[in-house]
Write a protein that binds this ligand. Structure first.
Ligand code: GDP
Ligand code: GDP
Length: 495
């Protein structure tokens, strides 16, 4: 069986593991992370293997946890620390733990209910706050079996101490006996469910994730540009102009270049993959046969592309006084929905040259951006380029805009920068994201790029509404110059 076959089979057998929310166990050594890991994953065997080199005893462990009807992925880096040595435990393990933590949505911060709070616990707490402000943290007071029965109020004292770490109310548990797991369930359920929904949302947005290898490949390969548009608008001619070679057969008959054609060329010292997705427009009419097949290829090529150049015919726009036909409008919307960058190329401008056509030229140059703005109000700043592919004019303009769009699509904004921005936005618009909505915006972080995806963390009873999320998306776009690329903003509630 090929790799993809095996992968498919694995997916069938374990349909959703990849999509489960991720929970990390953190804490200084000996607080019971392994014990809890084993309990959650129902592993019976003792897992403390000390290798001769006691510096590194185990790798990151990952398992699927079951807690009541909740399923989530649980990670444990216990054992990466050494129990002895002068070097700071945190310093040594920080790198790997941080990398794992960054992928998680939730952290369970264990402390030892028997020994009480130690200075190292406070260090772990500081580190968590600094390194992973987007991760939700629940403090677990472990080894608390039997402490309820203690008449001296040992549990209350320990809980008070644990509370002082600043991560909200702790939960008393016993990894060894299983006490307190029902409380843990109650506390974790809303977080796990929400993180789960978020994972699913991200998954859907990645549109290609059904084929993980393609996504990975996309991350490594250079800019992928798709040229799309109705037959005869000049896609092949444009492709030739961009590549500077007569590679693609062009001709006046619609649908001549039916199959998607892929070429590679260098632009400004960088490799670009260019694909002509001629078959797209037949999609609606043809359900079977070679045309349907090429429509499918076209669709897939657009999904694989980083940036899509949608080509329009200037002469036709001038004649019909319509910037876009239905098929073109829906393609533009679909490109954004699929999370790709969009550049509009208005071709055949040479047919509108000369003094006598000046008014038509200005009509076209005004109408197209207006139409795009109306069609995609949520994505301002879609570049519109006016060219003549036949005369070879506009190669630079097209490639410049494509390249810029690609850069914006890949943009990564640091959490610090984003939060400085957020406080400015909030002071400019004090009502925005405030209590009036039943929720207060706390901070924001970018969870992925390509396209840029952000999560705002809100506290309070309610959620901020969609208008608010759109406001954040459009402000981010404007303030960080992310025009023409889709921006996702999700929300997560934090306490
Ligand atoms: P880790 O270093 O954080 O992974 O800690 P371990 O899971 O290896 O546990 C450290 C020690 O604490 C072991 O001797 C465990 O048996 C003990 N331990 C773990 N959980 C509990 C618990 O809930 N109650 C008690 N009494 N001991 C526990
Ligand atoms: P496709 O079907 O979208 O790939 O379109 P083609 O590239 O095959 O072009 C269709 C027709 O439009 C051909 O006759 C081209 O010569 C013509 N054409 C393409 N670009 C231009 C242009 O910029 N100006 C003019 N006047 N004609 C063009």
């Amino acid at each position: 069986m090929g790799t993809s076959g095996k992968k498919a089979l694995q997916r069938l057998l374990q349909p959703s593991t990849e999509l489960l929310s991720k929970v990390m166990l953190v804490g200084r050594p000996n607080v019971g992370k392994s014990a809890l890991f084993n309990r959650l994953t129902r592993r019976r065997e003792a897992l403390v293997y000390n290798t001769p080199d006691s510096h590194v005893t185990r790798d990151v462990r990952e398992g699927v946890a079951k807690l009541g009807d909740l399923r989530f992925r649980v990670m444990d880096t216990a054992g990466l620390e050494t129990s002895a040595g002068s070097e700071s435990v945190l310093a040594r393990t920080a790198g790997i733990t941080a990398a794992v933590l960054r992928e998680c949505q939730i952290a369970l911060f264990l402390i030892d209910g028997r020994t009480g709070l130690q200075p190292l616990d406070a260090d772990v707490g500081k580190w968590l706050r600094k390194l992973a402000p987007h991760v939700r943290v629940k403090v677990l007071l472990n080894k608390a079996e039997g402490m309820h029965a203690d008449a001296n109020g040992a549990l209350e004292a320990a809980m008070g101490e644990a509370h002082s770490l600043g991560f909200g109310a702790p939960v008393a548990v016993s990894a060894e006996s299983g006490e307190g797991l029902a409380d843990l369930y109650e506390n974790l359920r809303p977080w796990v469910e929400e993180a789960q929904e978020e994972m699913l949302a991200l998954q859907e947005e990645e549109s290609l994730t059904e084929d993980k290898t393609v996504v990975e490949e996309l991350k490594r390969v250079p800019l992928q540009l798709a040229i799309a548009g109705r037959p005869n608008v000049g896609k092949s001619t444009l492709l030739n102009a961009l590549v500077c070679q007569e590679r693609v057969l062009t001709g006046p008959e619609p649908g001549l270049t039916r199959d998607s054609i892929r070429v590679q060329f260098d632009y400004d010292g960088q490799t670009v993959y260019l694909v002509n997705t001629a078959g797209w427009m037949q999609r609606v009419k043809v359900k079977e046969g070679p045309a349907a097949l090429s429509a499918m290829h076209a669709r897939r090529n657009i999904q694989r592309a980083h940036v899509v150049a949608l080509v329009l015919d200037a002469e036709e726009i001038a004649q019909t006084k319509k910037s876009m036909r239905h098929a073109e409008a829906s393609l533009a919307q679909w490109v954004i929905q699929e999370g790709r960058g969009l550049v509009i190329v208005v071709n055949k401008m040479d047919l509108l040259s000369g003094r006598e056509n000046a008014h038509l030229r200005s009509l076209v140059m005004r109408a197209v951006p207006e139409e795009i703005q109306k069609l995609l109000p949520q994505v301002t700043g879609v570049p519109v380029v006016f060219v003549s592919a036949l005369e070879g004019k506009g190669r630079g303009a097209v490639m410049h805009n494509v390249n810029e769009s690609y850069k914006r699509w890949c943009a990564r904004l640091s959490t610090a920068k984003l939060n400085r921005w957020l406080s400015k936005v909030m002071s400019r618009h004090p009502r925005r994201g405030d209590k009036g909505y039943g929720a207060k915006v706390r901070y924001i972080t970018q969870v992925k790029a390509r396209p840029p995806t952000f999560v705002v963390f809100v506290s309070g009873a309610g959620k901020i509404d969609d208008t608010e999320l759109r406001f954040f998306a459009s402000s981010l776009r404007e303030d960080f110059g992310l025009g023409g690329v889709p921006i996702r903003v999700l929300q997560r509630s934090s306490r």
